[in-house]
Design a binder for this molecule. Structure first.
Ligand code: AVJ
Length: 330
């Protein structure tokens, strides 16, 4: 652990150090040597990828961000009243745009004490800590620079009634088994009878609406998808011809998830020099880059129950596009 900043109001600790890049190397070695090629979506988000994702959130077709914000605008006061939250722990906090709605409601209820953002991007955690202690007088921030899949044990002991927020629908990026395992890890941060999980989940709906959200007419999602190849080219000295890959997005009705893939438009041999690896692509061969699961309330309840969590409340937007759920350990 490295302490990056420590003042009266702000403490930021980092758990990502040299050697952490292994995760990309391991995922590429693992994922590109399989019979069905696959990469985990977390490597989309370098600076360019984070910017492309911000642009996605503004697209007319991409409804989840707007729908979730609408729920928070409407119901934050109710969430705070139901939980008595004094502390907000946020996983994948980013710029904390939607967080402010919750922190404001906590201020208005007179309960706000501490914000604990967890994010892999050091600059994000430092900048948002700095901004938030200015915006919310008396707030303390304990930031964790780390991967929410690996560093949850570094989240400090609770300081008052806690809400752990995992927003945006990112829970959909996990396959069903690892989703339940991850939720079990989250449940360990919560005390029965006191603390709550606030989980953002995209809902099952007309596949045409979902597919448009992941294949927008301006082509921003396609660029976001291809960006993972640029990350690999730069970080692992690879030579992907990025423009030779076509963006593919489709809703799998049986599994109730949307998949993004990159389809090779011709035969290719790609060198990943840092790994001493040559990866052959057949014409039209596809590389899966993301799954984003869509939920029914029943499925959500089942996944939470498997993690020892009981669903207390489901809040949706007027069009039933997206859900924020409140649950607590049994
Ligand atoms: C950030 C994981 C919630 O799955 O909708 C947006 C990422 N991928 N467009 C999602 C994403 C394509 C997004 N999450």
């Amino acid at each position: 652990m490295q302490a990056l900043l420590s003042t009266e109001a702000v403490l930021v600790e980092s758990y990502v150090g040299p050697g952490e890049e292994r995760s990309l190397a391991d995922d590429v070695l693992d994922g590109l040597t399989r019979p069905f090629k696959e990469l985990p979506p977390k490597h989309f988000y370098d600076a360019a990828g984070a910017e492309l994702f911000d642009r996605i959130c503004e697209l007319p077709e991409y409804y989840p961000t707007r729908a979730e914000r609408a729920i928070l605008e409407d119901r934050s006061a109710e969430i705070v009243a139901a939980t008595g939250a004094a502390e907000l722990v946020e996983l994948g906090s980013g710029t904390a745009a939607k967080t402010r709605l919750l922190l404001t409601a906590m201020t208005e209820a007179g309960t706000l004490r501490r914000y604990v953002p967890v994010d892999v991007t050091e600059a994000m955690v430092l900048e948002c800590a700095d901004a938030l202690v200015d915006e919310f007088p008396g707030l303390r921030v304990h930031g964790i620079v780390g991967d929410f899949e690996r560093h949850l044990r570094h989240v400090p002991e609770p300081d008052g009634p806690r809400v752990v927020a995992f927003l945006g629908g990112t829970i959909g990026n996990f396959t069903p088994g690892s989703r339940r395992r991850f939720l079990r890890g989250l449940a360990k941060l919560l005390r029965p009878g006191v603390d709550h999980l606030l989980l953002g989940s995209d809902l099952v709906k007309d596949p045409a609406i979902i597919e448009a959200a992941y294949d927008d007419s301006a082509g921003v999602t396609a660029e976001f998808n291809r960006n993972v190849l640029r990350v690999i080219n730069r970080e692992l000295d690879a030579d992907f011809d990025v423009d030779a890959f076509e963006h593919v997005a489709f809703f799998d009705r049986e599994r109730e998830w949307v998949e993004m893939r990159l389809r090779a438009q011709r035969r290719m041999d790609v060198e990943v020099r840092q790994l001493g690896l040559t990866v052959a692509f057949a014409p039209r061969e596809e590389l899966r880059t993301e799954i984003s699961a869509k939920f029914t309330v029943d499925r959500l309840r089942g996944d939470l129950a498997a993690a020892g969590l009981e669903l207390r409340d489901v809040l949706t937007d007027p069009d039933d596009l997206f859900a924020l759920s409140l649950s607590s350990p049994r």
